[in-house]
Ligand binder design. Structure first.
Ligand SMILES: Cc1cc2nc3c(=O)[nH]c(=O)nc-3n(C[C@H](O)[C@H](O)[C@H](O)COP(=O)(O)O)c2cc1C
Length: 327
């Protein structure tokens, strides 16, 4: 049976059925995933950097619009390292993309321009300080990235982060980190979130373009298999401890320990690694292709399902768990 719709501040803003976002994921989220999420009643998002050169990016947006009327979102990294950010913004606004999600830097320019054409802007935050800044700049909502998230996670537990943000700021929040089912969704909404931002769960979907090895690694992994390391791209992120990652090592080597003593040298090393991960190594294989990022929720993912099945299962579990709460 199709799950009943669930209305929150987030679903009302975008006119969608369920408060579920398939989170933007580097080298994973593609047109198919975004459309499948929208058609299933959620909201699909992708990182602008997944489509290069820029013509492919505009084409991806147009393809999505041709395939579905559902709203969708684009993640733009608003940091100097992303030299395409201005073009990515201009094209998104020309194409009237409903939602932009900023990460890493200041969203000032994005918010000002987006609001002129009615595009909403949500901003990734890992703590109150940055959240206050983006709220002052006029952000429409926050993505609270907690410690258990896939990709570059924050340091704070969801249980502390969401109520903390909620108590200090009056903005809708999407909860990101370790949420893979209806139980996690119920908890996130109880904490004050208006929706969930799931990444890892959707990698192990039928529509995801990720290799079967990546999907199976997620299905087989336990939370204890997730390690937080900055060895992959220079920023602390959560990864499955696979043989490839063991080879790379999760602890800093002697060279890095020495380099890390100097802030400047450490920054250069991080930038080098981030560039390698984003643009691919000389052999043309990006790190994220052979080393698998995933959140702590892996232990609850038992099979590869379609995006529609994942959303229906999540919603049905949500209602079932909500009705089963004590007292
Ligand atoms: C493989 C992978 C790539 C990611 N790439 C991005 C990205 O390019 N931009 C971004 O803002 N977040 C990125 N994230 C973070 C997700 O958008 C989201 O915050 C996270 O997956 C939520 O945690 P979960 O994986 O535990 O559900 C990535 C996450 C993963 C697992």
């Amino acid at each position: 049976m199709t799950a009943n719709p669930l209305e929150t501040e987030f679903t009302k803003t975008f006119g969608i059925k369920y408060p579920i976002v398939s989170a933007p994921m580097f080298l994973v989220s593609d047109v198919g995933m975004v459309c499948a999420t929208g058609e299933a009643g959620g909201l699909g998002a992708f990182p602008a950097l997944n489509f290069r050169p820029i013509e492919k990016y505009r084409k991806a947006i147009q393809d999505i619009k041709a395939k579905t009327d559902a709203p969708f979102g684009i993640n733009i990294i608003v940091q100097k390292s992303n030299k395409y950010q201005h073009q990515q913004l201009e094209i998104a606004l020309e194409e009237k993309v409903p939602l932009l999600i900023t990460s890493l830097g200041s969203p000032r320019g994005v918010i000002e321009k987006a609001h002129q054409v009615g595009t909403k802007v949500y901003c990734d935050v890992v703590g109150l300080e940055h959240a206050k800044k983006v709220a002052d700049l006029g952000a429409d909502g926050l993505v609270a990235v907690s410690s258990g998230a896939g990709g570059h996670a924050g340091d704070t537990s969801q249980f502390a982060l969401i109520p903390h943000l909620k108590r200090n700021l009056d903005l809708p929040i999407l909860a990101a980190g370790s949420i893979v089912d209806g139980t996690g969704m119920l908890a996130a909404l109880a904490l004050g979130a208006s929706g969930i931002y799931m990444g890892t769960r959707f990698i192990a979907s039928k529509e995801s373009p990720s290799d079967l090895a990546y999907k199976e690694a997620i299905v087989n992994a336990l939370p204890e298999d997730i390690v937080n390391t900055d060895r992959v791209d220079g920023f602390p992120g959560n990864f499955i401890l696979t043989e490839s990652l063991k080879k790379l090592g999760v602890k800093p080597g002697v060279f890095e320990s020495v380099i890390s003593q100097s802030k400047k040298a450490k920054r250069y090393l991080s930038m080098f690694r981030a560039g390698r991960a984003l643009l691919g190594s000389p052999e043309g294989k990006a790190s994220y292709k052979t080393i698998f990022s995933a959140g702590h929720g892996v232990g609850l993912i038992d099979e590869i399902l379609s995006i529609d099945e994942i959303i229906q299962l999540t919603m049905n579990q949500y209602y079932e768990k909500r009705n089963g709460l004590p007292g």
